[in-house]
Design a protein. Sequence first.
Length: 142
Amino acid sequence: MFERFTAAARQVVVGAQEEARGLRHGHVGTEHLLLAILAGPDDPAAEVLIGMGLDHEAARRAVVRLLGPGDDAEVLASIGVDLDAVRAAVESAFGAGALDPPVDEGPRRRGWFRSGGSKPARSPFGQGRRRRWSSRCASPCG
């Protein structure tokens, strides 16, 4: 979908995703696109908006005021939990992006898994074979 976008347009979309993630919003909306445009002051659209008196920080404050901080960050901050400090501690222990949502790797074939080699191995429960649960055993039977 994005292959038809210019490099600058793709950068704005990536920036919008980062803005949404930074605000802990579960979606990317037009408000995040606006923030991403304003974050790049060399962008002609940003020059116009900045010339009209709108800057990135003012727009970000307005987005937070209208949509909220997202993910209960305000409530947690009121009891002394600093989510930025928590994220920094987790990323220092487990690497950058450790708390980011997993990337969808596309559809997987039901019943197939990788067995350490490059060839997929067959699951015993694929294509018509079902697990039966019995009251006599705590694990699948047959």
